[in-house]
Design a protein around this ligand. Structure first.
Ligand SMILES: *Cc1c(COP(=O)(O)O)cnc(C)c1O
Length: 497
């Protein structure tokens, strides 16, 4: 399988190169030249497999330069013994129609674990293949969940150093605590005075700065990315959508006769893009329902064809979706323009320079055919948590609530009654404060009293990784200005400049 850059079709690389480098030289994202198709025979074979083998099978189609042994090493390392039930992505039916894909059974209680438990294996395997023997420096911009999941995945992985930047006032107290207590000898955590987009722009700027890259090279180091711009992050996310389809088959042939919809609470557009790829591989997914919070740049885009980030940025109770620049949309546009690298590059330039661009009528029509975009206010997010709990006795977090609310809007608008998979992206205990408040309860001062009260009221268990934070040592307490991120990185790496 050959990978191109979304901004340069002349750039051709194998998966190992794409994963080891994270981003293409001119700033584009790596994309597979073709999407491999799964036949009915493939699906039949996959049906009988556990998650590790499903992962191997599906990744094998994309990472054709990996050996069977390498794939096995990566999939087993990532998914055996690391999730709380050895079933990384269980599907839970709420009723005949709604199936919740629980993606928060990993070590950091958010869906990012599904990709970030395997990325270190993919990355170190890739680096060996590309064979430059350099130390890999992982830079991460996070709206909360990626940072912790990346730290957990990369801690003490030989040959790597990981540095995480998060917006100072843009993550939940629990998320902040999770990151600042991170163990490991090769980890570093820093808050920035700015929002997530500032952090992401800072990281991208460092990645593409030739002076800094040269400094690293002189010191036998190289940057890579654990953000979903890295193909090694995105590919593993395809697995659970195919897996959800296989699990839905248990309900009988009739159940899936008209296919199913997928609803994804969306920020950087990585998770929903993985659902799109699963669809292109052959999973019978009909509508891709893209749910935003008050930062509704995507739902406007899907309605009008104009992507315009010139708008107020809101800090919400679903902070992992507080994003105005959805990086992975670039890959979607590359697909929908028939791999038109010049066009995609021009739009990304306009986004950088003017903060907006407008796609062609043709692309907009295709987007509307594939996607439904909606958004959910803060008030409705809270109401949805309460309603779902009262109706089904099922507790959801603030991000999943955004998805459920937009799904209800979609159904009211279209009358589409197909079976639906709702991606549940975080444990409610990661956002216990907002969840407890949504249930109409008074919220104690202390984070752990909040979790305990939530547990007592709803008769659900506090996930072990969150309970363990109570006694964990705080290891980081760093804050920097957004314009100083490059200095912080070089200083930490001991590089003089
Ligand atoms: C990251 C995240 C999202 C957004 O996912 P994208 O792939 O960035 O669109 C949604 N919910 C939670 C809990 C997250 O951590």
């Amino acid at each position: 399988m050959i990978y191109n850059s979304t901004r340069n079709n002349e750039q051709k690389a194998e998966a190992a190169y794409a994963i080891a480098h994270g981003i293409s030289k001119e700033g584009g994202l790596f994309v597979p030249q073709t999407i491999p198709a799964l036949t009915n025979e493939d699906f039949k074979a996959l049906k009988g497999m556990n998650y590790v083998d499903r992962a191997k099978y599906i990744l094998g189609r994309f990472l054709t330069d990996f050996t069977e042994e390498e794939l096995e090493y990566c999939a087993k390392g990532a998914y055996l013994g690391t999730f709380d039930n050895d079933q990384p992505a269980p599907l839970k039916a709420l009723d005949d129609q709604i199936n919740v894909l629980e993606l928060w059974h990993g070590p950091t209680c958010a869906f990012k674990d599904l990709a970030l438990q395997i990325l270190p294996y993919l990355l170190t395997t890739s680096s060996k293949k590309v064979g430059d023997g350099k130390k890999t420096v992982i830079l991460v911009a996070t709206s909360g969940d990626t940072g912790k999941a990346a730290l957990e995945g990369f801690k003490d992985v030989p040959g790597t150093e990981i540095m995480v930047f998060y917006p100072n006032d843009g993550v939940s107290a629990m998320q902040q605590l999770q990151m600042n207590t991170q163990k490991g000898e090769n980890v570093y955590v820093c808050a920035i005075n700015g929002n997530f987009d500032d952090a992401q722009t800072g990281v991208k700027t460092i990645f593409t700065n030739d002076d800094i890259k040269n400094l690293l090279a002189e010191n036998n180091m190289d940057f890579s990315s654990a953000n979903s711009i890295n193909w090694g992050r995105l590919a593993p996310q395809i697995i659970y959508y195919v897996s959800a389809y296989l699990d839905l088959m248990d309900k009988g042939e009739d159940y899936l006769k008209d296919g199913f919809n997928v609803v994804v609470p969306t920020g950087n557009f990585g998770n929903i893009l993985a659902a799109y790829y699963a669809r292109q591989m052959g999973a019978p997914i009909k509508k891709l329902i893209c749910a935003s919070n008050n930062n509704n740049v995507l739902s406007d885009f899907l309605k009008t064809g104009t992507y315009d980030r010139n708008r107020d940025f809101f800090t919400t109770i679903s902070p992992s979706m507080d994003i105005l620049i959805s990086s992975n949309l670039e890959r979607m546009l590359y697909e929908l323009t028939g791999h038109n690298d010049k066009q995609v590059a021009a739009w990304q330039d306009a986004l950088k320079n003017d903060g907006k661009y407008t796609v062609t009528e043709d692309v907009l029509a295709k987007l509307k055919d594939l996607f439904f975009g909606g958004y959910c206010s803060e008030e409705n997010t809270s109401k949805t948590i309460k309603n779902v709990y009262e109706k089904y006795g099922y507790l959801i977090d603030t991000h999943t609530a955004v998805a459920v609310s937009v799904y209800e809007d979609y159904k009211a608008e279209t009358g589409d009654n197909r079976p639906t998979v709702i991606a549940s992206t975080a444990s409610p205990y990661k956002f216990a404060n907002s969840v407890l408040e949504a249930l109409g309860e008074t919220v104690p001062e202390d984070e752990f009293d909040i979790a305990e009260k939530l547990s007592a009221i709803t008769n659900t268990e506090i996930p072990a990784p969150i309970a363990a934070l109570r006694t964990a040592e705080i290891r980081f307490n760093n804050v920097c200005e957004k314009d100083d991120m490059n200095k912080v990185v070089l200083n930490h790496l001991g590089i003089t400049f």
